[in-house]
Design a protein around this ligand. Structure first.
Ligand code: SF4
Length: 354
């Protein structure tokens, strides 16, 4: 690492002199040998802090109904040509049982903000999955009223994933025409207060933003002290208001963000999110070698997969959950990383303590 980058790198994980936005901007611009060194250090910190094991979380995309209109999302309300589906609760439970049989320790239930799934229905679902599959459960179902989170916790919800998407208030308002930045952040507080492990994160490479916003996103995600930090590249969906916005010229920027997150958050779980494979075919594998320690295979029944397209070129839409489970084992073998056994709770807070 060149001498002028050593100091900002050194400040990434220091409480007495935390990194500044300028530090992060400088580190986001590294190339060549410095970039290789950045990735190697992130991989080493990951290995020392959370080990070589990769936690597997099977995602079930159970409904693509959504009442919101986020400007980047392929299933936003009113999006033309989206065939809507909603899995029956019993079908979701059966898929969670399959997930357990395929060896997953956690199931992630993901959907748009679908009002059909009332608080009672979600709680019922959680209780049945706990009773029949015995897995850790992550919910990723958007913003809910404050009281819902404690009810979800009581029904068995272990973790909740709700991304803040960007720390820039104006940009948030611009791309979320029917949502509120403060409301989103309040939800994260309420989730934590309910005793649920908190996952959040942002989109890397959003239009109308640059390295300054990305640097602030990295700082903000760190400040939130998250159990899990889930970030993915912005990939323009053609049928959305942000369709046609190009990816950033520096194609490494997405991986640099992951490496810096790991260096600043040694103990957080950091997933290789699916969208990285839409960026390049081995995108998720690269994330796992640059700070990531979680893989989230899609185990949605194949009949629905192609209908849950938040962004184009989504991988694995023709495979069933069993094929995805076998594929991830092969990918991890190539990386010489063992799949973790068990639930993979937050390393920061210990089992179930939020
Ligand atoms: S990003 Fe989520 S909340 Fe926004 S439109 Fe898409 S599914 Fe709905």
């Amino acid at each position: 690492m060149t001498p002028e980058l050593e100091q900002p790198l050194d400040r990434l994980n220091r409480n007495d002199r935390p990194p500044t936005e300028a530090d992060l901007r400088a580190l986001l611009e590294v190339q060549g040998d410095d970039l290789r060194e950045l990735y190697a250090r992130a991989d080493e910190v990951r290995r020392r802090a959370v080990g070589d094991e990769v936690h597997l979380r099977g995602i079930i995309e159970f409904s693509n109904y959504c009442h919101r209109r986020c400007d980047y999302c392929g299933i936003r309300a009113g999006s033309p040509g989206v065939k809507r589906y909603r899995m029956a609760p019993d079908e979701i439970v059966a898929q969670a049982v399959q997930a357990r049989d395929w060896g997953f320790g956690t199931v992630v239930l993901q959907s748009g903000e679908d009002p059909w799934f009332t608080t009672d229905r979600v709680c019922d679902l959680l209780e049945k999955i706990k009773a029949e599959a015995g897995l850790a459960v992550t919910l990723s179902i958007g913003e809910r009223p404050a009281d819902d989170y404690s009810r979800f916790r009581a029904a068995g919800c272990d973790r909740y994933l709700l991304r803040f998407e960007t720390s820039d208030r104006e940009l948030f308002a611009k791309i979320h025409p029917d949502d509120d930045y403060d409301g989103r952040l309040a939800c994260l507080d309420q989730i934590r207060a309910a005793g649920i492990q908190v996952g959040s994160g942002f989109m890397i490479g959003l239009p109308f933003s640059g390295l300054d916003v990305l640097a602030r996103d990295l700082l903000f995600a760190t400040q939130l002290d998250l159990d899990m930090i889930g970030c993915g590249p912005f990939i323009a969906h053609p049928d959305t208001p942000l369709g046609g916005h190009p990816a950033w010229a520096d194609r490494e920027i997405y991986f640099k963000a992951i490496a810096l997150l790991r260096l600043m958050n040694p103990l957080s779980h950091i997933p290789a999110t699916t969208a990285f494979d839409a960026l390049c075919p081995n995108g998720r594998d690269l994330v796992l070698t640059r700070g990531g320690n979680v893989f989230m295979p899609n185990i949605t029944p194949v009949a629905y997969r192609a209908l849950y397209q938040l962004y184009p070129n989504k991988p694995c839409v023709d495979e069933d959950g069993g094929a995805c489970a076998r594929c991830i084992v092969r990918r991890l073998e190539r990386l010489k990383r063992p799949p973790a056994r068990g639930r993979g709770d937050s390393v920061k807070r210990g089992k179930g303590n939020g």
